[in-house]
Design a binder for this molecule. Sequence first.
Ligand SMILES: [Ca+2]
Length: 434
Amino acid sequence: MKSYDCKIGRCLLGGAVLGWASLACSGLSWAGEQGVEPAADAHFSQCVAELKQRALDEKIAPEVVDTQLGAVSYVARVIELDRKQPEFTETFHNYLLQRVNEQRIQKGRQMLKQHYDLLLQLTREYGIPPQYLVAFWGLETNFGSYLGKMNVLDSLTTLACDPRRSEFFTVELMEALRLVEDGVADHTTMLGSWAGAMGNMQFMPSAYRRYALDADGDKKADLWNSLPDAFTSAAHFLNKLGWERNLRWGREVQLPEKFDYALAGRDVRKPLSEWRQLGIRDVAGNPVPNLELSASVIIPSGHRGPAFMVYQNFDVIMGWNRSEFYALAVGHLADRINGAGELAVMPPDDERLTVETVQWVQKALTQAGYDIGAVDGIFGTRTKRALRDLQKSQGWVADGYLSDETLNLLKAASNSKQAADTDQASDSDSGEQP
Ligand SMILES: [Ca+2]
């Protein structure tokens, strides 16, 4: 029996189970499309009614609530995009090459020149060097060439009425309504990504309200159409996230031959002076400076790839987007825009890992007695630690990275264990008496 109950979970409650169950209903039609399902339509309307009440409770002007939430539609595509599970774990090689390519570097240098006076002014005021602001702009919207054309109020309402991250998007929807109150945009003009990120720097409504500034003097912070507003707002945001003036994001380094890879990862922080004693050098071969500055070492593609030493501003970039790959791409693009060359060590072009492969590895680690938690196909911290322990026990380089090489070693170890088990089984099954 097909149940409508899985369609708009927020109105139906029922918690986590509904989140993924609603996938099964994606074949059904929705309000605004031909052959509207009356029940689905009713659930969405009920959800919107609840949201209207919440907005009124939060003291948003009744006129804004009525006109804006009165105009919203459910957008099935938004839920499709939210549910889209990546088939592969992206490699750092692919991630970086897709985002930091020659074309983007050249365009970035050109943009830096073009907007230099404004950018320099912002550096003085907020401490963020010009090349970083241009790098964020390049990664977020390819220098303003793609701002997103989805209707933000429709998207946020759709996501608020879906159980997966309902509260997060409800809060963002309330902030979007306040943006309407502020006169920033309205249901027709508030456009952005499917998840509600807006303008040249892709600010979510909460960031827009908290950090957006008017810099061109028209008394309106317009992150879509005003570059002075967009750059100033980004500089303000990064400053509030704790950007350290006169400090880089980090740099590529060389690790010593016998480096203990258990020290890699942002959870290990040491002063540069200690890393220096451990033999870490810059790419030119000089020991890293003898400073008290706190730093971590990260190896996004294992011991055969580049190693980086990252500082506080790396964490600031991750406050903007919680992805190490993203933060490395921003840092590297900023360096390249500023005239730096390629990385000294290019990330190896390993096979992308499928969910199945990661699950296979997780099962193998579990069978070998390591605690990785759930076999979920996601190469997370616990899986990484377990892999590092297993690598160590086998005398392999213990970097916790699932390279093609490590995967082959694991397969070979698993095959030889299977062969041994089969031998043992056939011995005991032979029934021969001594
Ligand atoms: Ca303005």
